[in-house]
Design a binder for this molecule. Sequence first.
Ligand code: CA
Length: 474
Amino acid sequence: MIMRLLAALLLAVGASAASRPNIVFILADDLGYGDVGCFGAKDILTPHVDGMAATGLKLTSFYAQPICGPSRAALMTGCYPLRVGEVNNAKNGHTLPHPEEVTLAEVLSKAGYRTGIVGKWHLGMGPGCAPAEQGFQSGYFTPAFNGATRDIRPKASFPFLRGRDEVARVIRTQAEMDTITGDCTREALAFIRASQEKPFFLYLAYHMPHVPLGASRAFRGNSARGLYGDAVQELDASVGKVLAELKSLGLDANTLVVFTSDNGPWTDPQIGDHGGSPGPFRGGKMTTWEGGWRVPCVVSWPGRVRAGETSDGIVSMLDWFPTFARLAGVKTPSPAGPGITVDGIDLTELLTTSGARSPRETHLYHNGARLAAVRHQRWKLVLSRPAGGQMPYMPGFVTSHLEALPADGLYDIVADPTESTNLASAHPDVVKDLQTIAEKSRTELGDYTGPGGGARFHEAGPRWPLAAQPKAAK
Ligand SMILES: [Ca+2]
């Protein structure tokens, strides 16, 4: 009897260890919905991402966040950025997760995964905040973005760090910018080769096609969308190299690969066209409209993830955290640990069961700290807001897309994905339902006026909005 129990136990342990997949999460930066072939691009060729979609699952209502920092914080914590506890109890435009926040890398590391980041971090480098202190055992990364201007400014530079703070190289020139995608791909392949003994989590956060753009010589002039398209085609070729490496090492059948973007493309005329396309959607990066939030997303895992299927169900960047935790065998009721709320919803059934529907019905849109819109099922309510363009808690960021809206607008996102027809007066009952969801979220998470009851704080002292405005706090 005891022997039989032991045998059963060993079998269970063996089965769970063997079925825990490697996870490769490939994140593009500012890549729009209309910049990938299988999502409609005709002037940029992305055969490798298209191939992932053909053999995996394509998500056509995948929501990131409208800008880099919050999107990465959402991925790393599984939470709406308004819930995430930040350094100094502040609420930053680019979320700065507190060292006490439990990250996806920490959860997977604790579960026995080898964890590595290659590419762009952008979640702070203060004490306790660097990748090495937020769960990554290995790192080759830039602390923040690759620049904030269309062209490289003569005195601008940024470092690639290894480990905690060893400077591996510094990017100063266009010629150096042209090498960063290839550089990250080389590092990613090296991480994969060095990590075969354990299940591994590779967070491969490419800088492209965020400006200033760069592409190596072999890709220059190849696309019909200028340097932007060249940069995306090099990104796609890099995805191909990662997939080929997994295959040649015999790891492909046990590796889940996700390809997506952190936000939509810049389309603001004040800032200038950077080359990206939101596809059929209205607006772009930092706006409330779908173009800023809905990005290409494909998932592949041969033999496990639905092959050649498409899901239009709502899926959020928040949802990877509980999904990956479950795949890694984490058994606590909350994937982040006892008592820690996670907003993400486990996608395992959606990913692996043919025809399954997304478990998510609601998505909240925050611009900076402002609750800007709510989607529930097919309906999206874009909340009224004053003129000004200034985003609360994003001082310095002005975008003409944040135009004044005198009243809440209701859109049928399924029938009208371009958000062209306001149906608020035709469906007052739906407006009311979505306003109720908005109000509940304000109670739990907060709004630009201040945090909600479920927002986390890890320090004594004043909390935002006062903490974010030290002068006013005195
Ligand atoms: Ca971005």
